[in-house]
Unconditional design. Structure first.
Length: 199
């Protein structure tokens, strides 16, 4: 995935022209201001913290929401997906380094949330997402893989567990070594981000 936050649509479309098929956005407001200029041949996943009251703005256009960290949010995505007559792919975001400031649920709560989500018919649980802390030790990545395998082993209803979204520009090699199926690459593709134009 090419993470396109703060990147201008012309650059994004250039990347799509070059063969990128999946984009990742992490802010609702910014995504809405840019999405109409995107080459429609690429899919968009939402990867940022999502407030329940903003789900309605993205439910018709993204193909996956990777940042589900509460049942309340999952239930609202289910409701909005139903409104649009679709099934939304979701990942549960796990706070694997247990940093207080980060979003995501704790590892110990993952299966409980997955079981709740599996009762929602307009969601399809595809797996897990994680943002390990910068400089995290390798065992953190291994723990994440174990959690993912645990979820796969459950084979819950309304799920197709094939995605472990882990790894960014600085740690994708380690993430892939530990079973990541989807890396989210921003600055290594587009250069350092300029936040001055997108708040
Ligand atoms: C910004 C962002 C990325 C990409 O980060 P880089 O270090 O630029 O590759 C990946 N995942 C999420 C959730 C992000 O917000």
């Amino acid at each position: 995935m090419a993470v396109t936050k703060t990147v201008d649509p012309d650059k994004i479309n250039f990347a799509v022209d070059e063969g990128v098929t999946l984009l990742g956005e992490n802010r609702v407001q910014e995504y809405l201001s840019k999405k109409d200029s995107y080459d429609s041949s690429a899919e968009v996943h939402f990867i940022g913290h999502l407030q329940t009251n903003k789900v309605k703005y993205i439910a018709d256009s993204v193909t996956m929401i990777q940042s589900v960290d509460s049942f309340k949010l999952a239930a609202e995505i289910d409701r909005q997906a139903k409104k649009h007559g679709r099934v939304m792919d979701v990942l549960i975001e796990v706070n694997i380094g247990e940093e207080l400031s980060k979003s995501g649920i704790e590892a110990a709560d993952m299966l409980g949330l997955a079981e709740q989500i599996s009762e929602l018919e307009n969601l399809r649980l595809r797996g897990l997402m994680a943002i390990p802390p910068i400089g995290a030790e390798e065992h953190i990545y291994a723990e994440m893989r174990e959690l993912y395998e645990e979820l796969r082993g459950k084979a819950l209803p309304n799920s197709l567990t094939d995605t472990l979204s882990m790894g960014m520009s600085g740690d994708y090699e380690l993430a892939v070594k530990h079973g990541s199926t989807l890396v989210r690459i921003g600055s290594a593709l587009f250069g350092a981000r300029d936040y001055s134009q997108h708040k």
